[in-house]
Design a protein around this ligand. Sequence first.
Ligand SMILES: C[S@@+](CC[C@H](N)C(=O)[O-])C[C@H]1O[C@@H](n2cnc3c(N)ncnc32)[C@H](O)[C@@H]1O
Length: 237
Amino acid sequence: MNLLNIIKNNLFIQNFVSTFVSFLPPYLEFTVSKYLAIKKAMYVTAHDETYGCYLEFGVFTGSSFNFAMKVNKKIEKIFGKSNCEFIGFDSFEGFGQIKKEDENPRFQDHIFSVDEKKVLKNIEKCAKGQKMRIVKGFYQDTLKDKTTLDLKIDKARVVMIDCDLKESARLALEFIKPSIQEGTIILFDDYVYFKGDKNKGESGAFNDFRNKYPEILFRRIFDYGYAGKAFIAYKIN
Ligand SMILES: C[S@@+](CC[C@H](N)C(=O)[O-])C[C@H]1O[C@@H](n2cnc3c(N)ncnc32)[C@H](O)[C@@H]1O
């Protein structure tokens, strides 16, 4: 008897599996997917020797940032030392001024306000000797009219854009522009929100960036989680 026949004759199996999956909290599912996407990006870049740093825009509790540091240590066991610096950017108080086009009931300051001291202490603990820095503040102050060159940041290996809003993602992309190299992977964690509107949110910022800098060619390499997409810069003319 094949599996389909077994299920056809025992409908309780289908009931059990669907009940189990419906109980899985979405937060758990998309966080695990985010971890796997970071792992994949760190592996692919290490495999192809795309050296440089890991940049994260939207640190919040440090969940994905700490995971990136952790997984890099494991990947170094396969491909050797990477000398990767981990740099995170967040206000730890939310978004600051939110533009009209960025308004969304789920993206509000109070939701993303965290105990910064506790988060930073935990990040330091998780770094385990790896090079790391956190740039605290609203991007409107810390990134505006600046680039990675001003902060002496190396080429980018993996960039995690997890800052939800178009304006935040726009500032992040302008900031990293000189650090993008052939092989840099950019992960957008909230690509499909704002009802899929191509002009809004992280996808809106990335579309504008690609139109403004057509010399950097990107290819979509995978989708992940509930709303994430990954791109690789495969050629810079
Ligand atoms: C979805 S959370 C990041 C989640 C995190 N990567 C994780 O996996 O737990 C978004 C974060 O982006 C930060 N953020 C968004 N826009 C910002 C801005 N303009 N300035 C500073 N921080 C910003 C918020 O403070 C918030 O902590």
